[in-house]
Design a protein around this ligand. Structure first.
Ligand code: GDD
Length: 327
């Protein structure tokens, strides 16, 4: 019989790649989505439109324990991937209360409902390198201390600790991924990589003439989301639940990303990029670079795409999308 997986955040970048991956392995894939998304499917399901006839979607809200309890009570899930969250760091400064509410309580509700109804279901929590924040060592690994710098980072530390506590207190199979930034052509437009590549495409087609950004010197360890969802899957196949850093081990600045992205369409980023204070954060995470040697050793996971591959793919896809739209 095929395994049954439940994905929260299935309409997002990672959810869509993970759903594809699990379907390719013969899983019966279920997703939790908001009621409003079901009502306006064409707008909300763009990343999973090609999978819709193979998925089972259930309406529920991370803010409502009864709605989550109801979905989990209906199916005998083997694995649960909890990816749903308010995931934009800048927004968490604008409305820290909603971010905390959704991210912390949502994770707690998932864990509590599983404990009550399906204690044998394996649970994955989408932890983040934002938990390291003001980093205490370079590169960051599983043992590096957390020092989050935003309400988002704080909410992820709480989710991480809840997940670990359910593992230790109730013996449940609960694993944390500590994923560094991961991108791809399905990335949301608010994140810096997609903001850059989509604007590069617009500039190329004379639909924009500048790109306004905040801190160009921030450094991130950027991998590809399609590689990273494989790590999530591997964590739940391992013999024992554990915590794993998932990263490429390379770091690049926002400036370098701009340089490569503009060069991809033969333009010089310096002619278009304007620094705009509005996009600075009240507290910044200056440098992230991860050491994923534990995931490599224990899970046999390693990234397959380089920084350059990712920038190229994202620019090409955004240029191609505009080309096909402009007929
Ligand atoms: N979004 C954005 N927009 N970021 C900008 C801009 C801008 O105009 N200008 C500079 N940046 C800088 C941010 O200050 C940050 O240092 C860096 O670009 C990356 O920002 P984001 O792409 O928004 O991602 P993030 O690093 O804050 O968070 C992402 O990665 C985390 C894992 O480390 C998100 O995907 C999180 O959900 C994830 O947990």
């Amino acid at each position: 019989m095929s395994k049954k997986a439940l994905i929260t955040g299935i309409t997002g970048q990672d959810g869509s790649y993970l759903a594809e991956h699990l379907l390719s392995l013969g899983y019966d894939v279920h997703g939790i989505v908001r009621r409003v998304a079901l009502e306006d499917a064409t707008r909300h399901f763009t990343r999973i439109a090609h999978l819709l006839d193979r998925l089972q979607l259930h309406a529920a809200s991370l803010e409502s324990y009864p709605s989550i309890f109801h979905v989990i009570s209906r199916h005998d899930f083997d694995e649960c991937y909890h990816l749903a969250a308010q995931s934009f760091v800048a927004e968490s400064f604008a409305d820290g209360f909603s971010t905390m509410n959704t991210n912390i309580n949502g994770t707690h509700y998932m864990l509590a409902a599983l404990r009550e109804l399906r204690p044998d279901c394996r649970f994955y929590f989408a932890g983040s390198s934002e938990m390291f924040g003001k980093v205490s060592e370079v590169p960051q690994r599983e043992t590096t201390a957390f020092h989050p710098r935003s309400p988002y980072g704080i909410s992820k530390v709480a989710g991480f600790q809840l997940t670990r506590n359910y593992r230790e207190a109730y013996g449940m199979f609960c694993s944390n991924g500590i994923l560094f930034n991961h991108e791809g052509a399905r990335r949301g437009f608010e994140f810096v990589t997609r903001k850059i590549t989509s604007t590069v495409a617009r500039i190329k087609y004379n639909l924009a003439n500048e790109l306004r950004l905040g801190n160009l010197e921030a450094k991130r360890d950027w991998g590809h989301a399609a590689d990273y969802v494989q790590a999530m899957y591997l964590m739940l196949q391992h013999d024992t639940p554990d915590d794993f850093v998932i990263a490429t081990g390379e770091t690049h600045s926002v400036r370098e990303f701009c340089e490569l992205a503009f060069a991809e369409v033969n333009l010089d980023y310096q002619d278009y990029v304007k620094v705009d204070e509005r996009f600075y954060r009240p507290a910044e995470v200056e440098l992230l670079v991860g050491d994923a040697s534990k995931a490599r050793r224990v899970l046999g996971w390693k990234p397959t795409r380089t920084f350059k591959d990712i920038v190229k793919e994202m620019v090409r896809e955004d240029v191609a999308a505009l080309k096909s739209n402009s007929g």
